[in-house]
Design a protein around this ligand. Sequence first.
Ligand code: DAH
Length: 365
Amino acid sequence: MTEITSLKDGLVADIESTDTLDALEALRVGALGKSGVVTGLLKTLGAMTPEERQAKGPAIHELRESVTAAITARKAALETAALDARLAAERLDMTLPAEVAPQGSVHPVSQVMDELAEIFADLGFSVATGPEIEDDWRNFSALNIPETHPARAMHDTFYFGDNYQVDGKAMLLRTHTSPVQIRTMVSEAPPIRIIAPGRVYRSDSDATHTPMFHQVEGLVIDKGITLGHLKWTLETFLKAYFEREDMVLRLRPSYFPFTEPSVEVDVGFTWVNGQRVMGGSGDAENGGWMELLGSGMVHPAVIRNCGLDPDEWQGFAFGVGVDRLAMLKYGMNDLRAFFDGDLRWLRHYGFSALDVPTLSGGVGA
Ligand code: DAH
């Protein structure tokens, strides 16, 4: 009996005087491990007579409990001490200035979208959004592009196929921002004035086409809207965007299923040191016309598809590539570099987070 008590006292004393976790673990194995002393004693219980077991059992169990408790307590104390030591050594002064300045910059696409929002907000437009995974009806049918229409083939659409349908409608990656027109007309009562910037997708890839790119859609629905309103709005937008008063627009008859009449808008540019600079007369000696955007008066069928009466409500719409707008203003020439995530490109073409476009401060940066 005293043997067990002195064994216990010895073990507990050893445990309490260990000063590393490794040494403590060694003691634990020596006492409670498979061939540890305490484990050995516990094993002798099986071979004892019931009387012997009654006499010695409680002391042996008490030995195991005391040793276990001593190890647990010592372990906690050593861990706390280790943590305190680390905290003291690794103290961080959060008020010190950063050694490396933040590396990020605002992508030109984001910057241009902010510029567009600023310009159009001033004209009374709000920003609308829609999902990139769209249904066939909003992306095509409601926009007056029925299933058999050749325009569908022209869009190089990414379809999800039979595995993914919603409410029996085929799902796809939207090929343009025009479905946001439908979403807005269905959910909001006119008058409507929105722009809808966002990502669009087409199965197409070369120096001027990427499978994902950005568009901004514009939509106005009101009473008595004419092509004149469209032209003034686009002209005002382009003057503000390129920060030049001498923007010249040419409206060419065109065809889009969702507008009637449809016009393609060309912008005059001037050659300066072998570079095209937007602005100036398109037919001057050293200039020309550049096709910039598609637009037109919203087709009565589209207005009707959204539950509105085309005899009461008219409007215009336009759609333009945001990446292209950025390239023309900031001088990049390869669209693919926009999406490479190359830090050198971003450092060159990116914007400071503080460079918030405002009409008063200039949207040009
Ligand atoms: N959705 C057309 C496209 O992606 C662009 C477009 C043309 C949008 C005319 C319009 C519009 O709103 O009126 O090619």
